[in-house]
Design a protein around this ligand. Structure first.
Ligand code: SAM
Ligand code: SF4
Length: 333
């Protein structure tokens, strides 16, 4: 058994995205169906199992863990996992714990997260207009998110705003959002909508290529390309006028797989080696075997040995718009 987790294409796996729950207090229309059936609790990893799986990855060279969901802050007791990971952070076995959240609950937890050693948090926010926000999230209250953002900034967390570009809902508002984020010292990343799971919505109605958004931004600002590379799919520019950084994540328009250093573990304990492909392995089943920790370690080698070279996302046909049957809320965004 080798120490590091290195895939057949020589990519070292150093980044784990761990989903804590499939549940959420919002219902963003590109992410979930309006009336979602959530998974039975018994299928979800316990907090202890989440800790054990994290430990196994850290022992095999993972240096960064992002907690996601569903909405990670609605998972009861999630701070016990954060505190467990903080021990690894303090001991130098982990470089970073981070979080992707809709921020509705961030006002409650910002200080605890900062005290546990989190530095950077990604906030998903698709509109600054209360009505549009409510429509996109099917009933969410913008004010709770803005309060969460304020509390996060006050706690000294570095916040980045992630915005999914939606042709008919927020595309025209994006310049204003960029200016708002940069004015508060927050970076921002734009994301193309991806075909993940059935949501009862037609993806072709939502999709707008980021090239189009970029052109629009370039008509008013100077966008200066950077070489910033986080090992992920984002390309960054600096905007002279707003003095901030803007990322573009375009999985459908360009392929970003060659530098991929990450895997995802769902809240049910399945490891997906690629966001855009369905091959997976059941870490929870391994962990629940008599020699659970060993079985898990063995399965990690097997799974990483099958990490594919690249994703195969495509929005093909209006009648068959979904390539991946998994919702992002199950896999973890
Ligand atoms: N609830 C948290 C949040 O919204 O930040 C974490 C989970 S959410 C699934 C993670 C990210 O995935 C969010 O930024 C969300 O906008 C994005 N996302 C969800 N479904 C998507 C889709 N079909 N295409 C592109 N991004 C998506
Ligand atoms: Fe919830 Fe995040 Fe999905 Fe929106 S994108 S429904 S906040 S999990």
């Amino acid at each position: 058994m080798s120490f590091d987790l290195t895939d057949p294409f020589g990519r070292k796996i150093t980044y784990l995205r761990l989903s804590l729950t499939d549940r959420c207090d919002l219902r963003c229309f590109y992410c979930m169906a309006e009336f979602m059936t959530f998974l039975p609790k018994k299928d979800i990893l316990t907090l202890e199992e989440l800790c054990q799986i994290s430990d196994a990855f850290i022992a095999r060279g993972v240096r960064k863990i992002r907690l996601t969901g569903g909405e990670p802050l609605v998972r009861k007791g999630f701070m016990s996992l954060v505190d467990h990971l903080a021990v690894h952070l303090d001991a130098g076995r982990l470089d970073e714990i981070t979080l992707t959240t809709n921020a509705t609950q961030l006002a409650r937890y910002a200080n605890d997260l900062k005290n546990a050693g989190l530095k950077r948090v990604n906030i998903s926010l698709d509109s600054l207009d209360p009505q549009t926000f409510s429509r996109i999230t099917r009933g969410g209250k913008l004010e709770s998110v803005l309060a969460g953002i304020e509390a996060g900034l006050d706690a000294g967390l570095h916040l980045k705003i992630n915005t999914v570009a939606l042709k008919n809902d927020n595309a025209s508002e994006i310049p204003q959002m960029v200016a708002w984020a940069h004015a508060q010292g927050m970076d921002m990343t734009l994301i193309e909508v991806m075909p993940m799971g059935e949501t009862g919505e037609n993806r072709l109605n939502q999709f707008i290529p980021l090239t189009e958004i970029r052109q629009h931004l370039e008509s008013q600002w100077d966008l200066i390309d950077t070489d910033d590379n986080t090992g992920g799919p984002a390309r960054y520019v600096n905007i002279s006028q707003t003095e901030g950084r803007l990322g573009f994540i375009s999985p459908l328009s360009r392929n970003f797989c060659s530098g991929c250093n990450r895997v995802r573990v769902t809240c049910t304990g399945k490891i997906y080696m690629c966001l855009g492909q369905n091959d997976h392995a059941d870490l929870k089943a391994a962990l629940r075997e008599p020699n659970g920790v060993e079985a898990l370690d063995h399965l990690l080698d097997e799974a990483i040995g099958r990490k594919p070279e690249r994703h195969n996302f495509e929005i093909k046909h209006p009648d068959n718009p979904s390539t991946s049957p998994r919702h992002m809320s199950v896999t973890g965004g």
